[in-house]
Ligand binder design. Structure first.
Ligand code: ADP
Ligand code: MG
Length: 382
């Protein structure tokens, strides 16, 4: 039995407003780390707040540990939530901030002491228990907010953009601490909201990517659910492909020449290039417009081995960024399409120079005119 089950859960804040959450169905297992990610306004916080009981569910059913939660009050759901804003009590010490919820619930003092000290040890807050929040750094305050959730021993932890107020270095460090916490807490599920695809990729066992756009019918619905590697290697749509990965995946206009035995030949950048791609042949008619997408890290400088396994194109370097460990080359192809390439180490190319770039068929993603993936499933790397 899944720990959390969403069955066609929808949310409409008021009549006349579009659905903020659009028929989401989803299972989250006990102990699983699930990340809701997507552009601003896609319904991440709304979805999380419905789990917490802070928003009513307009339609559908939410279950925790098999039990319907729609009408259950927040305090009885066995969940604890950590907000971006920390929401600490400014006039209480770290210890009292963490103890407050327990004391309100009438937990005996010895038990309060034990639980708070245990949580403080996990979060490396033990030396700070007598400090006031104003004497803490942002990262320490966020750890206190997490500690307040831990002492409740919830079956589900809910995080809403908990790292957004931290600077980049602290964000990376706190991200690692949250992953460690998840390992140490074992059977508690974590549901984590972020707009940052790097946080989603690094923390999640399961990513739920939501559509956004008030004017599109799919607003607030699930674009794809899968492991980080599923979304990176097998994006179900152009929207997913473009959301995951940095720099953003290249999208080139193409046309399908035809396919035989499940392998498609595609015209790319105005050139007739035979790219043997494994496609779902039922989805595409010869002559139809397609998008061929390739991640910058999969564009190789230099001519490829040729043949049906890939293509070699010529690109004029329009701009170059040396990052030290790698370089980004912004290329303009003969047909006018733009292509970004990321190469390891130092790039010796110069702006204005025309360089050969090769694309290997296994690295290419093919989408139909509606942006739906047409590639047959390929085996993921181990
Ligand atoms: P996210 O967390 O992904 O940025 P939200 O869940 O906060 O998105 O919001 C989803 C949609 O619902 C947005 O269009 C937002 O404007 C709308 N929304 C959020 N809260 C309310 C509210 N209290 N009343 C009306 N609309 C809301
Ligand atoms: Mg939000």
């Amino acid at each position: 039995m899944a720990q959390i089950e969403f069955q066609s859960v929808s949310k409409r804040y008021a009549d006349g407003l579009p659905l903020a959450v659009n028929s989401v169905s989803l299972d989250i297992a006990a102990g699983e780390f699930c990340v809701f990610v997507g552009p601003s306004g896609c319904g991440k916080s709304t979805l999380l707040r419905m789990v917490a009981g802070l928003e009513d569910i307009s339609a559908g059913e939410l279950r925790i540990a098999g039990q319907r939660m729609n009408e259950v009050e927040p305090a009885r759901r066995g969940v604890a939530m950590v907000f971006q804003s920390y929401a600490l009590y400014p006039h209480m010490s770290v210890f009292e901030n963490m103890a407050f919820g327990l004391r309100v619930n009438g937990v005996a003092d010895a038990e309060v002491q034990r639980k708070v000290r245990e949580a403080a040890a996990i979060l490396q807050l033990s030396p700070l228990l007598e400090r006031m929040p104003r004497a803490l750094s942002g990262g320490q305050r966020q750890r206190v907010a997490i500690g307040r959730a831990i002492v409740k021993q919830p079956r589900v932890f809910l995080f809403d953009e908990p790292l957004s107020n931290l600077d980049a270095a602290l964000r990376a460090q706190t991200r690692i601490e949250i992953a460690r916490l998840h390992r140490e807490l074992g059977s508690a599920s974590m549901v984590y909201v972020t707009h940052d695809q790097v946080e989603a990729m690094t923390l999640a066992q399961k990513i739920v990517l939501l559509h956004a756009g008030e004017r599109i019918a799919s607003h607030g619905s699930v674009a794809q659910v899968g492991t980080p590697m599923d979304l990176y290697h097998r994006p179900a749509s152009l929207f997913v492909a473009e959301f995951i990965g940095s720099p953003r995946i290249n999208v080139l206009p193409g046309r399908l020449h035809g396919h035989r035995a499940g392998e498609a030949t595609v015209e790319l950048d105005g050139q007739a290039l035979a790219l043997a791609l494994a496609v779902d042949a039922t989805r595409l008619a010869p002559g139809s417009a397609v998008s061929v997408a390739v991640r910058p890290e999969h564009v190789r400088l230099g001519a490829g081995s040729g043949g049906a396994a890939g293509a070699t194109l010529a690109g004029r370097v329009s701009h170059l960024e040396q990052l030290g460990d790698s370089a980004l080359l912004y290329l303009e192809l003969a047909g006018g399409a733009l292509l970004t390439a990321r190469v390891e180490g130092h790039a010796s190319a110069r702006v204005g120079e025309v360089v050969p770039v090769s694309l290997a068929a296994p690295d290419l993603h093919l989408f139909d005119a509606e942006g739906q993936a047409c590639r047959r499933c390929v085996a993921l790397p181990d």
